[in-house]
Design a protein around this ligand. Structure first.
Ligand SMILES: *Cc1c(COP(=O)(O)O)cnc(C)c1O
Length: 381
């Protein structure tokens, strides 16, 4: 019998039946009054749940589009911008900024550690910066940045717009705009929202919308706020065709979140992540991120001595689990496992069991059941 393959990479994450069912519905016209109401409701909920006094944008595209959208609507050529990079996804902003002629400066963290608020403060004190961006959880390292404390620092600098890349966090880690002093936050549908890939969601508060207005006409067309604002304020209008079924799927994902309650959802992720990490350590993996700065959405595991990444992941796939490898300097040295969104406890236990079978395959002395036990015990506490 063929084993079901569990999708345990850090995005896309497992899509539950009720969300998938929305993808299978008969597609309607974008002007269909029922669809327009659904789209309105999603936008209203997104703004409300993440405490945004400006606009939420839901646009077809992946998280990378949102990265570009955030910079394009905040900075013009020559503006000073501070990138706080905690890894591979942070570094993606370098290329985006350079192509736009933005004067980027980078604070680069050691992989496994975040940049601390004091360092951001020191850099901003040099003066002239128009924006700062921070990756909340960098998927390449599994580190969570202290976004609230950095937000406190940024309050002192009137001209600075605070951008947070929440692609691997929003919906699983606290990222309230007002509470964290965030001006622009964004994510993609396929990570902690548990929707199929294809949508980006971006929240821009009033302060950041004012910045956009001050820029005048910008070079970008598809990701210009000013093109999308009329649609986000009244989804009956047309600018570019909305991905109807994906928006329904997002609506269902948001309904699931409201049903669970965001605080409960954050607590669930935290408890599960701590237990998963105990299981991983019981199998001999080392977790890259310092304990103090570990994300709850994924785990980045450094292999024990002598394990070949490609062989391990192939065996793991045969055992029914798809996991991701390392990127950048950890390519070939790391196993990355996502545990965010709507993946349930059955999925976690099955994932650990498949990992145990794989570890046993490479190490005959491994004591089967140790990691599942560690997980179950930690979940009891
Ligand atoms: C996945 C990810 C991205 C890129 O998103 P895509 O949907 O792949 O374009 C950006 N930032 C972070 C932190 C991510 O995890």
């Amino acid at each position: 019998m063929k084993t079901k393959k569990l999708l345990m990479i850090p995005g896309p994450t497992p899509v539950v039946d009720s969300i998938r069912a929305q993808m299978a519905r008969d597609t309607v016209a974008f002007g269909d009054p029922d669809f327009v109401e659904d789209f309105k409701e999603v936008l209203h909920d997104l703004k409300d749940m993440w405490n945004c006094d400006g606009e939420a944008f839901v646009v077809a595209g992946s998280g990378t589009l949102a990265m570009e959208m955030a910079l394009a609507n905040t900075l013009k050529k020559g503006d000073k911008y501070l990138l706080v990079s905690n890894g591979f996804f942070g570094d993606r902003f370098i290329d985006i900024a350079e192509r736009k002629g933005i004067a980027i400066e980078v604070l680069q963290a050691e992989w496994g550690q975040p940049i601390l608020p004091e360092e951001v403060d020191k850099k901003l004190a040099e003066g002239g910066f128009k924006a700062v961006s921070v990756t909340h959880v960098d998927t390449s390292t599994g580190v969570i940045a202290p976004i609230k404390e950095i937000g406190e620092v940024i309050k002192k600098y009137e001209d600075v717009i605070y951008i947070v890349d929440g692609v691997c966090s929003v919906g699983a880690e606290t990222a309230d705009l007002k509470e964290n002093n965030i001006d622009i936050l964004f994510t993609g549908s396929q990570k902690a929202f548990g929707v199929c890939p294809g949508l980006m969601m971006l929240w821009a508060n009033q302060r950041s919308l004012n910045r956009r207005e001050s820029l005048g006409t910008i070079a970008e067309y598809y990701c210009d706020y000013e093109k999308w604002l009329p649609i986000m304020r009244d989804p009956a209008k047309y600018y570019a065709t909305p991905p109807i079924n994906l928006i329904w799927a997002l609506q269902e994902s948001v309904r699931i979140m409201k049903d669970e309650g965001l605080e409960n959802r954050y607590d669930r992720h935290k408890k599960n992540a701590v237990a998963m990490n105990q299981a991983f350590e019981a199998m001999g993996f080392t977790i890259l991120a310092d304990k103090e700065y570990r994300a709850h959405t994924l785990s980045n595991l450094v292999y024990p001595e002598g394990i070949d990444d490609a062989a391990f992941r192939k065996q793991l796939a045969d055992e029914g689990v798809q996991a991701a490898g390392g990127v950048g300097k950890y390519a070939g040295k790391m196993l990355r496992i996502g545990h965010m969104g709507n993946a349930d406890r059955h999925t976690m236990v099955s994932t650990i069991a498949a990992l145990e079978r794989t570890v046993k395959h490479f190490n005959a002395n491994y004591n089967m059941g140790t990691a599942v036990t560690a997980y179950l015990q930690a979940m009891e506490d």
